[in-house]
Design a protein around this ligand. Structure first.
Ligand code: ZN
Length: 316
């Protein structure tokens, strides 16, 4: 885990969690995105981020993989938003191929050991603190690791589902991922002790093995296919989840993106809608985001550093 840098000296600065009196005008209130030159001048400016958060009584927070990388969960993309590893399994492949399902669950059997042990970091803690102060209308996360909830956030929607639940595609029955782990281990003795590098979304780099002998359990109620309760690539986010998220965006004053390149449309569309509605959008992300030209403020720092001020008076 990267070292924690001392929060900026704040002197007599106002409490970042106490909203400021509304200003007459915010740079993006009227839907005009600042010019690229304006963005570059406020890059890496934590004070500007504090100010942004202080001015927005109700924030819509959208988080991505960058929140969880310091907890040891790898990311799919590099700083340019490009794939840095093989693309994840698609829904079509998972449904259509038994070999894909064997490979998926074999890798997941190994990968889950890492995921279940991960702990939230200071970014998760900072965002939980924001909610506790009544400032978070919703935390919409693209992560499936449940680390925001582990850190104490409650107003959370898991946009892409959750890895700790398995669902039957036949009858809809749910089971905890831990129960699936026990069943996978029982049927595949030897596989669970394999060592492999941890990969995104509870996956593990386990290749060059023959997966043909790997046994995948079906639903014990109906014999249907079991799938982790996450939205796979090629799969739509459930409609009601999207509607609930947009309703929260309507109630919010501003959007704070944390650790996401917004390359996936299911998350990007919320920033697009916010910009269209004239709500200011700030992003904390190292590297390019798909929404760079829609941002009011961009802070290119590790999330833990940029949001550290939210924890400043509880540090130590
Ligand atoms: Zn079933």
């Amino acid at each position: 885990m990267p070292g924690w840098r001392t929060p900026l000296a704040r002197g007599a600065a106002p409490d970042p969690l106490r909203p400021a009196a509304p200003r007459r005008r915010h740079p993006a209130r009227h839907g005009t995105a600042p010019a690229a030159s304006q963005i570059s001048t406020i890059m890496n400016n934590t004070a500007a981020l504090e100010d942004f958060i202080r001015r927005a009584p109700r924030l819509f927070v959208l988080t991505g993989a960058g929140c969880s990388t310091p907890s040891g969960i790898p990311d799919y993309r590099d700083a340019d938003g490009q794939w840095k590893r093989a693309q994840p399994v698609t829904l079509q492949s998972f449904l259509g191929s038994e070999a894909t399902r064997r490979r998926y669950w074999a890798r997941s059997l190994v990968g889950w050991r890492f995921i279940r042990a991960t702990q939230p970091n200071r970014t998760h803690a900072a965002l939980a603190r924001l909610e506790a102060a009544g400032r978070s209308e919703l935390l919409l996360t693209q992560n499936v690791d449940r680390l925001h909830q582990k850190a104490g956030s409650r107003r959370v929607i898991d946009l892409h589902g959750r890895l700790d639940v398995v669902r039957c595609l036949g009858c809809g029955a749910e089971m905890p991922r831990e129960a699936m782990q026990a069943e996978l281990t029982r049927r595949n003795p030897g596989w669970s002790t394999l060592d492999a590098g941890s990969a995104p979304d509870g996956d593990a780099d386990l290749d060059g093995l023959d997966f043909a002998g790997f046994a995948v359990p079906d639903c014990r109620h109906c014999g249907g296919l079991l799938k982790p309760d996450v939205v796979f690539f090629g799969e739509n986010v459930p409609r009601e989840r999207v509607a609930e998220s947009f309703a929260a965006l309507d109630r919010a004053d501003a959007v704070l993106v944390v650790g996401s390149s917004l390359m996936v449309y299911s998350g990007f569309r919320f920033v697009q809608a916010a910009a269209k509605a004239g709500k200011p959008v700030a992003a904390v992300n190292i590297g390019r985001t798909r929404a760079d030209d829609l941002l009011t403020l961009k802070v290119e720092q590790p999330c833990e550093d940029a949001l550290g001020f939210l924890l400043a008076d509880t540090a130590g």
